[in-house]
Design a binder for this molecule. Structure first.
Ligand SMILES: *Cc1c(COP(=O)(O)O)cnc(C)c1O
Length: 391
């Protein structure tokens, strides 16, 4: 009789390696202090960079949309699932990004899958940074395009790959804007120059840059003053924007094409009215003021230099994503557990998400953290680091 023995075996193996993780179940909203098993814990792993998940204007917009349009959208976008609120969100996103058009998907993950899979055919080549997000990798896997991977941010390797790609119909260079495990920023000016020299498209996934980098959080393209030179700007509505969803911003012809070709767009129901409305409210909050973003960066700089002063290795971090590199997977998870005992939640990230010897506890600083919160986390880091003999 069929049984799940192979699954049991694989899970046992994970347990042996210290990589087995039950889900953490939270009893409160996604704020800076959250409730876990009746205990208040300082949250330092949420992507809620600006605290928008709890913003009154987003919550009000969601409630109003439910009253006006109901709980669900009823179908995919191409049938009855495009409500006024979806159309408005796309218009405002395009204006925000300074592009002709934007197309919204259910998540950042499905945006990457949908765009890459429909854009790339057997005559095309995609050239991708080795540390790009899993959803980019999966999107590429869905295509018959040729693929070339360059070492992380290695512009010589990118140029070599472009040189070998002259025979393809479309050449597409894909990069994360901010890399999610290391918190470093892609060398977008160099990528754009090389792409222009070799007649390639540029595709940037700004999941961790939307609402974080650039004027009012417009992303990495704006941050580097490259407006008009990046062909596809993917963003998520799930992280700093505080809700859920993803989009691609670019030319109208790209949007028109994707409406007819992108499978997650064609075959999966659109965002609920409450989701679309609260995303729209979030984009309006971003456009009104960059105060939250200023606070976010001041907090990130304060915390990163505090962590470094204690003697920890923060890798290549230059954004609010601040990894503390531990190395061994089991020791990494032990470090994360010790921090939780101290009242700080920071996710341990180990193989296969990062290399086997590059386990890290990843901190994400937000605008909502106070100096007191950050000092509390630094104290916890010091005690946990001493217990593990890291300091
Ligand atoms: C989180 C993330 C995604 C996925 O976005 P969701 O909206 O959560 O599906 C895609 N790309 C990168 C680089 C990410 O960090």
């Amino acid at each position: 009789m069929a049984n799940w023995q192979s699954l049991h075996d694989e899970l046992e193996q994970l347990k042996k390696e210290g990589r087995y993780r039950p889900l953490t179940v939270w009893d409160s909203s996604s704020g800076t202090w959250m409730t876990l098993n009746g205990r208040r814990v300082l949250q330092m792993s949420s992507n809620n960079y600006l605290g928008l998940t709890e913003h009154p204007e987003l919550k009000e917009a969601a409630e109003q949309a439910i009253r006006e349009y109901g709980a669900g959208s009823g179908s995919v976008r191409t049938i009855t699932g495009t409500l006024r609120i979806h159309d408005e969100l796309e218009r405002e996103l395009a204006a925000f990004k300074g592009t002709e058009a934007a197309l919204v998907f259910q998540s950042g993950f499905t945006t990457n899958q949908g765009v890459l899979a429909s854009l790339l055919g057997p005559d095309d080549v995609v050239i991708s940074d080795e540390l790009n997000h899993a959803s980019i990798i999966d999107g590429i896997r869905l295509t018959k395009a040729s693929r070339k991977i360059y070492a992380h941010k290695d512009m010589d390797q990118l140029e070599a790959a472009l040189k070998q790609s002259a025979g393809f119909q479309k050449r597409v260079v894909v990069t994360d804007g901010v890399f999610s495990m290391d918190g470093d920023i892609a060398p977008l000016p160099a990528i754009v120059e090389l792409a222009e020299a070799y007649d390639a498209f540029v595709y940037v996934d700004d999941a961790h840059a939307s609402g974080v980098l650039g004027k009012n959080g417009k992303g990495s393209t704006d941050h580097f003053g490259l407006n008009g030179r990046v062909h596809m700007q993917v963003g998520t509505l799930s992280k700093a924007v505080g809700v859920v969803g993803g989009y691609v911003a670019g030319e109208q012809v790209l949007k028109d094409y994707l409406i007819h070709k992108a499978r997650p767009f064609l075959f999966s129901t659109s965002q609920t009215p409450a989701v679309a409305a609260s995303c729209l409210a979030a984009i309006r909050v971003l456009q009104k003021s960059d105060q939250l973003i200023g606070r976010l960066w001041a907090n990130a700089d304060y915390f990163r230099s505090g962590v470094q002063s204690l003697g920890f290795d923060t890798g290549a971090s230059e954004t609010p994503i601040i990894p503390v590199i531990v190395g061994d997977p089991a020791k990494t998870m032990q470090f994360s557990d010790l921090l939780l005992e101290e009242g700080v939640f920071a996710q341990g990230i180990v193989y296969p998400t990062v290399a086997m010897d590059k386990g890290r506890v990843r901190f994400i600083v937000t605008a909502g953290h106070t100096r007191q919160d950050l000092d509390f986390a630094l104290d916890a880091l010091k005690r946990a680091g001493q217990k593990l003999g890291m300091l």
